[in-house]
Design a protein around this ligand. Structure first.
Ligand code: GAR
Length: 203
């Protein structure tokens, strides 16, 4: 069984796309949903699928696990992949080092453009809208010590020439995210990723 955990701070529509896809799977399972928020929408989605939830905070907070405690849980449970799906806090460096190449993030634009500190959610789409570009998209990348910086695994482009607002772009990109994320997780679980000449190739 390929075990994943999903980190989410928001409504959890990407989490839902994963749970929809893998709910009946014999090979891939979502073991936990983790959040920095006490009760994000993502926790309601997790409850619908009976997936346990945990809270995490960088410093000790009642009811929240530290990243070190979470790392112990993941190691004990042999978690294979950590998926950041709308998780808005930076992952501490020590946690990144422990799970190097086992943490992926979905970003709602075509990196390396429109990423970095403070670029999340509607802020990304606002910057894209104001730039006047006609194509945006979604990117899935490995998480390293820097914001939106790790090696790119998969991207999908979205035509936004007819979008009239950042919200329009968000809707178009989100639809693509919901397809790209489960598809990519499935390929990772199947061992189809290779690194060749410093680039990630999906076989
Ligand atoms: C998604 O669009 C995701 O790409 C974005 O937050 C949204 C979460 O939506 N993530 C970032 O901006 C990270 N930089 P969801 O809670 O409905 O899945």
């Amino acid at each position: 069984m390929f075990k994943i955990v999903v980190f989410a701070s928001g409504s959890g529509s990407n989490l839902r796309s994963l749970l929809n896809e893998f709910d009946k799977s014999k090979d891939i399972r979502v073991d936990f949903v983790i959040s920095d928020k006490i009760h994000p929408g993502a926790f309601d989605v997790a409850a619908e699928y009976s997936v346990p939830v945990l809270n995490v905070a960088e410093t000790g907070k009642p009811g929240f696990l530290t990243y070190d405690a979470l790392a112990s849980v993941f190691t004990e449970k042999n978690i294979n992949l950590i998926v950041l799906a709308g998780f808005l806090k930076k992952i501490p460096d020590s946690f990144v080092r422990t799970f190097r190449s086992r943490i992926i993030n979905i970003h709602p634009a075509l990196l390396p453009g429109f990423g970095g500190a403070g670029m999340y959610g509607i802020r990304v789409h606002r910057a894209v809208f104001e730039s006047g570009v006609k194509i945006s998209g979604a990117t899935i990348h490995f998480v390293d010590e820097y914001y939106d910086h790790g090696k790119i695994i998969a991207q999908a482009a979205v035509d936004i020439k007819d979008a009239l607002s950042p919200e329009d772009i968000a809707g178009l990109v989100l639809k693509t995210e919901h397809k790209l994320l489960p598809e990519t997780v499935r390929k990772i679980a199947a061992g189809k990723l290779k690194e060749i000449d410093n680039r990630i190739i999906i076989l």
